[in-house]
Design a protein around this ligand. Structure first.
Ligand code: NAD
Ligand code: UFG
Length: 342
């Protein structure tokens, strides 16, 4: 395997930190760029404990074009960039659209500009299944139509993909990109040394479940039980964050080895299986022996009823598929929560 330098923006975050581990496992040399706006410096200790490697870290705001150009020049020998850095709270983005566009779109444009100047060709972009909205047909393939975004956050993913597609299609561009559309990443590394670190009250289901079980939150609200699903609660495709991390290494290697079919490709990253909110709670209770205090409340505005991935293209073309099941996801999330509060 290669011993090549890879820039990982947002590498201190939830998905980024797990990807750092898998990059090191595969023989790459990751460099983290992050402004710690939604992460903590202590992640570096967890990464070192898992991998035995002191991962280089540059504390930079990528929405600042000057510092971005500077720091990229310092790492001009990088073989590729994995771009996780973004703000991701859907509700907050509705209240602060400018902050979201400036941060997410500004950073993306700065990174692409720095890459073009330095002729770094390989780029992996964190996109989301949110671009499909509520699909007419399930499971969702990469050819399913995208829907207009319902939040500024979702729009930064739509527009982000557009910006990259247009950049890749110019005659002079040497950029090769894979956009990865994540479904719902949950769980943590099996060492429980890294995991999700939500600041404040969690928006997402799993951190809310673990914080309720450990006593930080009084009660989980289950948003809606009148959906047209077998138990009435909404369905998502939950994917173990380590499976997701591994997909990034596969995608990057595909670009480095020039196995991509075109200079802009898109893959869904999910398990292909949909689970309801109640099924996730049941899995958590079964694997941990803890009870979750929950009540059913109204639907959350903007939520889709059901979405899960068609995984055929990722399996056949990327040669990647998930290995970990829902019980491993909920059990690892609990081990991490206990370690955090222990
Ligand atoms: P996260 O918040 O844990 O990680 C993002 C990291 O980016 C953080 O460490 C943050 O400090 C950093 N960052 C943000 N803005 C920055 C800037 N301007 N300069 C430098 N660093 C900056 O989020 P995550 O869950 O790991 O998500 C990673 C990516 O995946 C994001 O682009 C997110 O939109 C996308 N995504 C996440 C999910 C999910 O459910 N977690 C789903 C689909 C897509
Ligand atoms: N849910 C609850 N109670 C909670 C939190 C969530 O019942 O306290 C339910 C939601 O209604 C939904 C499911 O659990 O049915 C999953 O909700 P999440 O907030 O964990 O995830 P979403 O599917 O709503 O959104 C996630 C990311 C978004 C991203 C989207 C699509 O948070 O950033 O996936 O990729 F846009």
């Amino acid at each position: 395997m290669s011993l090549q330098k890879v820039i990982v923006t947002g590498g201190m975050g939830y998905i980024g930190s797990h990807t750092i581990v898998e990059l090191i496992n595969a023989g790459y040399h990751p460099i983290i760029i992050d402004n710690l706006s939604n992460s903590d410096r202590s992640v570096l200790e967890g990464l070192e404990a898992i991998t035995g490697v002191k991962v280089p870290f540059e504390e930079i705001d990528l929405s600042d074009s000057k510092s971005t150009a500077q720091i990229f020049s310092k790492h001009a020998d990088a073989i590729g960039v994995i771009h996780f850095a973004a703000l991701k709270a859907v509700g907050e983005s509705v209240e602060q659209p400018i902050r979201y566009y400036k941060n997410n779109i500004g950073s993306l444009v700065n990174v692409l500009e720095a890459m073009a100047n330095l002729k770094i060709e390989n780029f992996i972009f964190s996109s989301s299944c949110t671009v499909y909205g509520q699909p007419e047909k399930l499971p969702v393939t990469e050819l399913s139509p995208t829907q207009p975004a319902i939040s500024p956050y979702g729009n930064t993913k739509q527009v982000g993909e557009e910006i990259i597609r247009e950049t890749c299609s110019t005659k002079s561009s040497e950029l090769h990109t894979i956009s990865l559309r994540y479904f719902n990443p949950i769980g943590a590394h099996n060492s429980a040394l890294i995991g999700e670190l939500p600041l404040g009250i969690p928006n997402n289901l799993l951190p809310y479940i673990t914080q309720t079980a450990i006593g930080i939150r009084e009660q989980l609200s289950v948003f809606g039980s009148d959906y047209n699903t077998p138990d009435g609660t909404a369905i998502r495709d939950y994917i173990h964050v380590v499976d997701l991390a591994e997909a990034h290494v596969v995608a990057l290697t595909r670009l480095i080895q020039k196995q991509n079919k075109s200079n802009y490709e898109v893959f869904n990253l999910g398990t292909g299986q949909g689970n309801s909110v109640l099924e996730v709670i049941q899995s958590f209770e079964k694997t941990t022996g803890e009870k979750v205090n929950y009540k059913i409340v109204d639907r959350r505005p903007g939520d889709v009823e059901a979405v899960y991935a068609d995984t055929t293209y990722a399996r056949e073309e990327l040669g990647w598929a998930t290995k970990r099941n829902l019980d491993e996801m909920t059990a690892s999330a609990w081990a991490w929560e206990k370690k955090l509060r222990g």
